[in-house]
Every structure is written in structure tokens, then in C-alpha cells.
Design a protein around this ligand. Structure first.
Ligand code: SF4
Ligand code: MG
Length: 325
């Protein structure tokens, strides 16, 4: 069946003092119904911009969407009228961020803010809205939902605030949750609890999650599939088992080799050097400056994304349609 979210050749640029920065260049990504899709890459690879583009919350100017389609439930979000887009936000697609304090209003109680979300999207009495809030707070396993509802954001711990954000994001039962590094600021134990809650919600409610992270450990713990981004492009997509067992792209191999406690299997793929400047990206494969496997072709010809085996695609000249080299 058609994917829930189908991002096709999305290009996004930002105006800067040095010139136009091409932050996304024909990026492609799909998210299927009920799956947790990981989106990984280094800081500045465009992963946050990609997730924000889905909700059309890229500030413009300086940002502009230069091309592509974002098909969600069959409709192109980029051409949707503003009023439809506003309704879709929160109701069909929600987002959570790294720092929930930025999204919570410090002067209102959790209850006031959550009820407002409910009533912005459907007709509900105050007590119906309260019941919905209590149910959702319990679903994210917050103890004593009643007292959380009466609390102000600063009275909660970081982990509790992130659970409140998840509850708020999911209270209208969206089909897609965009999660941008929501556990990065939390300690490892709390992070594990939040990931378990997200996995359970995805499973139980058929929720799809696009989980943006720089942490391959988080990917291993939570995701069904993963897309690897480099310099504004998606360079490898695979199910989570394949990405760890048979990473294809040299960049992905470097990412996995750099996980603490993992050996690179004797092969050097480590990733010295830095991400190319998006104002003037290199020709050919954008990774060629940092790739120990690069050949002449790599410096001139941009590799296309090809499917090497079912459910595993890569954009690298080392591979061709006949399978993994
Ligand atoms: Fe390395 Fe060439 Fe593959 Fe790019 S296309 S990752 S430079 S081998
Ligand atoms: Mg980011």
C-alpha cells in the first residue's frame, strides 16, 4: 500500500550572508503506516529541516522550498491551502522537539494548555477535555495524571515535561508524529523510558513516527527502518537489522564504526574531515572528500539512489543494480 508520508525530491535553501545555502537537495524519504522511521546524520545534514518542512514551519524568508513534493495520505502538503494545513497540524501530524520548555507556556498549567489543544481541534466540554487529557497522561505513564494536570511546567522534571509534550502531541490521535531529538537532553535512563513509551504507542495506536536523531544507539532501540542523511541528501535507506549488519554506504559504515564499543571490523571508514559547505557543495558524490573508497567517478558524477536488495537502497558508486558489492 502507499506510504503514509512520501517525500519526493525535496529541495530547501536558506538565504545567508555568504550566499544561498542548499540545505536539502532532492531528498527522498517514505514513512509507512505504523512504523518508526529513523532519520540519522550529523548536525547540519538537513534532518531537522526535512522534518520541519513536513509541517511547513520553515521560516520564509530566509528559507524557501525550491522543489519537490510532500505527499501525506495522498495529498501534497506543499500545495495545501493554509487553513487545511493548520487543521492538519496537531490533528493528523504532530511534532515534539528536544526542549519541551520551548513549546510549553510557563504561565499556564499543563491542564490549561492540554485542554486548549483538545478544544482547538474538536468540540468538547471542559470535563470531556479533562478526561481526554487524563487518559493521555496515563498513556505516557505519568504517575498521578491529576496532579500533573494542575502543575505548571517548571514544577515538572525534564523527563515529565517531555512526557507531557508527547501526551499533548498525541491527544488528537494523529497518524504521524515527527520527533526531533526529543530525548537528547535527557539522561540515559529517562531516555530509555521515553523511547519505550513511543515504541508502545506506535505499536498500540498504529502511530507512525519519524524520529530524527544523531544517535545510532537510539535507532537500534526504537526504529524499524532508517534513512541516513549526508549533506542535504538521503544516502541510504534500510530496515534496521540490515543497516547494522550490512551497512552499504561508506558514510553509514563510518557512523556505525564510531558507536562506542563497536569495532569497524578492521576496515577503516572513520570519518575525518567535515560536512561540505551547503553554499557551494562539491560536485559528484558529496562525501568524496571524506571517503577512503572514492575514485575518479566519485568526484564528478553524483550517485543515484539504487535498490541493492529489497528494502535496502543506497546512493554510492560502489553498488549497482546487481546487488551489494
Ligand atoms: Fe565514496 Fe564514491 Fe561511494 Fe561517494 S560514491 S560514498 S565517494 S565510494
Ligand atoms: Mg537538528
Amino acid at each position: 500500500s502507499a506510504p503514509l508520508l512520501d517525500i519526493r525530491d525535496l529541495s530547501v535553501s536558506f538565504r545567508t550572508y555568504q550566499g544561498r545555502a542548499h540545505v536539502l537537495d532532492r531528498a527522498c524519504l517514505t514513512v509507512n503506516r505504523g512504523e518508526v522511521m529513523g532519520l540519522v546524520g550529523e548536525t547540519g545534514c538537513g534532518k531537522s529541516v526535512l522534518s520541519r518542512a513536513v509541517l511547513r514551519i520553515i521560516p520564509s524568508p530566509p528559507g524557501s522550498i525550491d522543489g519537490g513534493e510532500i505527499l501525506f495520505e495522498g495529498r501534497d502538503l506543499l500545495t495545501l491551502p493554509r487553513t487545511d494545513m493548520r487543521r492538519l497540524r496537531g490533528e493528523r501530524i504532530s511534532m515534539i522537539f528536544q526542549e519541551p520548555m520551548n513549546s510549553l507556556n510557563p504561565v499556564f498549567t499543563v491542564g490549561n494548555q492540554m485542554r486548549e489543544v483538545v478544544r482547538a481541534h474538536r468540540k468538547a466540554s471542559r470535563s470531556e477535555a479533562t478526561d481526554a487529557c487524563l487518559e493521555m497522561l496515563a498513556a505516557v505513564r505519568l504517575p498521578e495524571p491529576g496532579s500533573v494536570l494542575r502543575a505548571y511546567p517548571h514544577e515538572l522534571s525534564g523527563g515529565m515535561r517531555q512526557r507531557v509534550m508527547i501526551a499533548m502531541a498525541l491527544i488528537c490521535n494523529p497518524s504521524l508524529l515527527l520527533a526531533d531529538e526529543p530525548t537528547t537532553a535527557l539522561d540515559v535512563t529517562v531516555q530509555g523510558q521515553i523511547l519505550a513509551i513511543l515504541a508502545e504507542l506506535a505499536e498500540r495506536q498504529g502511530l507512525s513516527i519519524l524520529f530524527v536523531t544523531h544517535d545510532m544507539g537510539v535507532v537500534a532501540q526504537l526504529c524499524n527502518r532508517v534513512a541516513v542523511m549526508y549533506a542535504g541528501q538521503v544516502v541510504e535507506v534500510a530496515d534496521v537489522q540490515s543497516i547494522f549488519a550490512r551497512p552499504a554506504h561508506p558514510y553509514t559504515r563510518g557512523l556505525i564504526a564510531s558507536i562506542p564499543g563497536r569495532s569497524s571490523g578492521g576496515e577503516l571508514y572513520a570519518i575525518p574531515g567535515s560536512v561540505p559547505n551547503p553554499i557551494d557543495p562539491p560536485p559528484g558524490c558529496r562525501f568524496h572528500d571524506r571517503c577512503l573508497k572514492a575514485t575518479g567517478d566519485c568526484r564528478n558524477v553524483a550517485p543515484e539512489m539504487i535498490r541493492v536488495v529489497p528494502d535496502h537502497s543506497v546512493a554510492c558508486h560502489l553498488f549497482n543494480q546487481d546487488g551489494l558489492s
